[in-house]
Unconditional design. Structure first.
Length: 143
């Protein structure tokens, strides 16, 4: 049974802010190399990260997602490639830029006025140079 302070609408709202890499992971696992269309080369030290921020509260009475929007604004200003999804945001780039960005995104929700925040972070990188891009993982699922 859910905690009494977590109403159905609150649980749904929190859910709206983590999932896309689950689908990406499935795509990655199923993706077979294709000789017809070679993927674009990826730089060494490439990292994918998904961050879901769950600030409390998510926003204000006037701006329902103010604290979440503040986090996304930090990602937009980073200059890194990103995709905002309904349940989180995926960022890709060199690890030395992605790691500090994740911390800044978390902090942005607090600086925007949230009482507290929880960030759920998924990170993918390889021991070898390069790695898949978001586009490589989801291309066949897009309309």
């Amino acid at each position: 049974m859910a905690h009494p302070s977590f109403s159905l609408s609150r649980r749904l709202r929190l859910s709206l802010v983590s999932l896309s890499l689950l689908a990406c992971g499935a795509a990655w696992a199923q993706q077979a190399p294709s000789s017809a269309t070679a993927p674009a080369p990826t730089p060494s030290g490439h990292m994918l990260a998904e961050i879901q921020v769950i600030p409390r509260p998510a926003g204000t009475a006037d701006d329902r997602y103010k604290h979440v929007d503040a986090a996304i604004a930090v990602i937009q200003a980073s200059g890194l490639r990103y995709e905002v999804h309904g349940l989180g945001t995926v960022v890709e780039g060199p690890p030395e830029k992605v790691w500090p960005l994740l911390q800044a995104v978390h902090q942005a929700t607090l600086e925007a006025g949230a009482e507290r925040t929880l960030s759920i972070i998924k990170v993918s990188s390889g021991a070898q140079a390069g790695g898949p891009r978001v586009e490589d993982l989801v291309r066949k699922f897009r309309n």
